[in-house]
Ligand binder design. Structure first.
Ligand code: FDA
Length: 312
């Protein structure tokens, strides 16, 4: 259908130099970045985290960047996360904070010893987080990395039991992964999945992905772990709320997660109902891959940004 065409077209358009230029410079670029990204620096991110805390919302902060191929760049990312945690601590908002980390930003894609390097780097970030009572969640990237990332979560959890995993409902394998991960103490973020994947590994179509998401919710909400329900989809938020009520889950035994700049009224509404709500706060200069995913999953996001630009 039309949405499928747009989904195929947008990444191609973004591949064209003039389109890339207009997305990285100029007023439309600024409007898009302002809507979805907290800012360029860790100070910007901490300001947003503090603002969320004033509204009764928690945060998971993500330093933008991915697919690093040199170990020096991976180390620089680790240091940046440690500075961020330190800054949040000094600002009094590190306790209960989460950081979202992409293994490809800390070495997973470095030739030869990427697997080991990304594990060691993640452990270093986890140690920095633990020191200020914060936690780490490993973002999930494309399906070629799922096994390595889930294995790394298991390894990290030996020393840092609060490390969270992300599962993507669009992957056919995910229901089985939900059963594996629905354990005592495990933190699992369930999202639809933002990567374009080969047909063989995914459920086809929005309806099928939503149905898979609902089944995964059933497994996670009924289990003894800590589900993190990451979606803006009103239908799925209400499925989750229904399941939570049915099982009689305590309000501190799960959370909703939404992206910075998306459905802010809903973020507040969920919190006002007594749910824990955590907002994913990306920051840093390397925003193009993140923003591309936001535009591909919902081309209307471009209109929102364009409108915000018009209102200035
Ligand atoms: P989707 O985008 O399909 O939207 C469903 C409905 O929600 C829309 O029809 C509309 O009603 C409403 N809606 C959505 N956006 C709106 C807006 N701007 N304004 C008003 N209404 C809006 N992916 C991944 O692969 N790995 C990861 O680690 C993560 N991590 C992650 C963390 C968090 C906290 C979130 C929220 C998401 C992720 N994702 C992710 C991204 C995820 O996989 C997915 O691509 C997006 O969340 C989009 O899917 P939704 O479920 O939000 O619904």
């Amino acid at each position: 259908g039309g949405a499928g065409v747009i989904r195929r077209l947008v990444p191609r358009l973004i591949g064209l130099a003039p389109v890339r230029a207009s997305l990285t410079r100029g007023p439309l670029a600024t409007a898009i970045v302002d809507r979805f990204v907290a800012g360029q620096t860790d100070a910007d991110a901490v300001t947003v985290v503090a603002g969320l805390a004033d509204l009764g919302l928690r945060a998971t902060v993500d330093l933008l960047g991915e697919q690093v191929t040199r170990s020096e760049d991976a180390v620089a990312t680790v240091e940046a996360y440690r500075r961020l945690l330190d800054l949040a601590d000094r600002a009094g908002c590190a306790c209960g904070l989460d950081v979202s980390v992409k293994l490809s930003a800390i070495g997973q894609a470095v030739p030869h010893d990427g697997r080991k390097l990304s594990y060691e780097n993640a452990a270093e970030i986890a140690a920095g987080a633990a020191a200020v009572n914060a936690t780490v969640t490993l973002d999930m990237e494309d399906h070629t990395t799922t096994d390595a990332t889930l294995d790394t979560v298991v390894e990290l959890r030996r020393d840092f039991p609060s490390v969270g995993a992300v599962l993507q409902a669009q992957l056919r394998r995910t229901e089985a992964d939900c059963r594996d991960l629905a354990r005592e103490g495990s933190r699992v973020r369930l999202c639809k999945g933002a990567y374009r994947e080969p047909a063989a590994v995914v459920c086809q179509g929005r309806g099928a992905v939503s149905a898979a998401y609902a089944r995964c919710l059933g497994i996670l909400v009924a289990g003894p772990g800590y589900p993190m329900i990451a979606t803006h989809d009103p239908a799925l938020i209400s499925v989750a709320s229904g399941l939570i009520e049915q099982v009689g889950r305590a309000s501190d035994s799960y959370e909703f997660q939404l992206l910075h700049g998306v459905r802010q009224a809903e973020q507040r509404r969920l919190a006002a109902r007594g749910a824990t709500v955590r907002v994913y706060v990306p920051y840093g200069p390397d925003s193009l891959p993140y923003l591309t995913r936001r535009l591909v999953e919902r081309p209307a996001n471009l209109l929102l940004a364009a409108r915000a630009m018009g209102e200035r």
